[in-house]
Design a protein around this ligand. Structure first.
Ligand code: PLP
Length: 403
């Protein structure tokens, strides 16, 4: 045998920290025990048991997307695979796409549209601001796109497109299909697929849903689904061809071997959302994120985005002058075992507020780790004032049990 067993192999015990880090970054986020347990099970990918699970995943997804008629499919792959599935199936080569870009992920949608040879017009929104429906309308009138792509929450710049419903309504008036990336926002804040007239909504597992990475969901409107069925050109992506995926998701037959463990995990994540109910879950996320924001400001630090455009699901904090963001992250994880995220551009660090991240105990530990690490690095701030602001904003007497 020419190739020998590699030397010095470590077991996972020797690689992973003794105590897991608290994942408070922009994803992946902590998963509930039920989700973790489901992810450890393998069953047959076809047959009655799987069929029953698939039916429930579709039913629960319709609730979470708020759609009666939406055509729901699962995707074996990251949020990006679901994004690519939306783009590949709804964008015909040579057609026109308007991509509203607020940062890294919305630009990824533009790049995906380019790769399927659409003529892509980018509308780059000024850093730190939400897209303005009037400006989007001007672009739609001028360029007459067949498809518009947009994010609800831009995780990279921590901006929220707060007027998404208006933008979708304008697109609809001009007969333009709307693809929305709701990876970080779904189940953390209102999203009404039918009411807003969204044609494709994408989510990943590891963010708002508090599930594992690598298994995603997509919902198509009936208009979008008709469009897909009427297409007779051959898609370039075999795995992401929605008509083929439909074999598994609606016809109990084989497309590719579905990631059964991941689908079981998504089932549990969705079931926990249904048990909590969307309204209660939205309120928990809002309260938690606002309390975190109050705590950060209470220490004397600045949030990156103004309140009117601020995303609550991922909070961007300006790195104070003289502090190295990377050093801050490593101090937090080494000393306090709390992980938060750096940035893709602006000098910010980001704390996630998605799913299990929005729990009182995680908030206190994270804010303390954040302030104490900055202190260690020489930043002057008022840590007790920040902790007090977190506590009083949470209104612990009223909400301790819920959160
Ligand atoms: C994380 C994220 C994605 C990409 O998800 P992956 O699972 O990393 O492919 C896309 N859009 C948004 C808004 C995200 O936050």
């Amino acid at each position: 045998m020419q190739i020998q067993v590699p030397d010095n192999l470590l077991s996972l015990d020797n690689i992973l920290p003794d105590e897991p880090l608290l994942m408070m970054g922009a994803g992946p986020v902590p998963i509930p025990a039920k989700v973790a347990a489901a992810n450890g099970i393998v069953i047959n990918h076809l047959g009655d048991t799987m069929a029953q699970i698939i039916e429930q995943v579709k039913l629960m997804s319709r609730y979470v997307f708020q759609t009666r008629e939406g055509h729901i499919l699962g995707v074996a792959g990251p949020g990006s695979a679901a994004m690519e599935m939306a783009v590949t199936n709804l964008v015909v080569p040579g057609s026109k796409v308007l991509s509203v870009c607020n940062g890294f992920f919305s630009s990824r949608l533009a790049e995906m549209a380019q790769r399927v040879e659409a003529e892509v017009v980018r509308l780059d929104i000024e850093e730190g601001l939400s897209a303005d429906p009037k400006l989007v309308e001007q672009y739609i009138v001028e360029h007459k796109p067949q498809v518009l792509t947009i994010v609800q929450g831009e995780t990279s710049s921590t901006v929220c497109n707060t007027q998404l419903a208006d933008i979708a309504a304008i697109a609809k008036q001009h007969d333009c299909l709307v693809i929305v990336d709701a990876v970080c926002t779904l189940s953390t804040m209102p999203f009404n697929m039918d009411e807003w007239g969204i044609d494709a909504v994408i989510t990943g597992g590891q963010k708002g849903l508090s599930c594992i990475p690598g298994v995603s969901l997509i919902g198509f409107s009936s208009k979008a689904w008709q469009f897909i069925q009427a297409r007779n050109d051959q898609l370039r992506h075999w795995c992401l061809d929605a008509k083929l995926a439909d074999q598994f998701w609606y016809k109990k037959s084989y497309h590719y071997t579905a990631p059964v463990s991941g689908i079981l995990a998504i089932h549990e994540a969705l079931r926990l959302v249904c048990t909590e109910t969307l309204d209660v879950r939205f309120a928990r996320h809002l309260r938690s994120s606002q309390a975190l924001q109050a705590g950060i400001q209470g220490m004397g630090l600045d949030l990156y985005v103004k309140p009117a455009s601020r995303l609550n699901s991922v909070v961007g904090i300006s790195v104070p002058n003289g502090i190295d963001g990377k050093q801050l992250l490593s101090t937090m994880s080494k000393r306090y075992k709390v992980e938060i995220s750096g940035s893709f551009g602006a000098n910010i660090v980001r704390i996630g507020q998605m799913g299990e991240q929005c729990r009182t105990h995680n908030l206190f530990r994270t804010l303390h780790a954040f302030g104490a690490s900055l202190n260690l690095l020489g930043q002057k701030l008022d840590l007790p004032a920040g902790m007090a602001a977190l506590e009083s904003t949470l209104d612990l007497n009223g909400y301790a049990d819920e959160i």
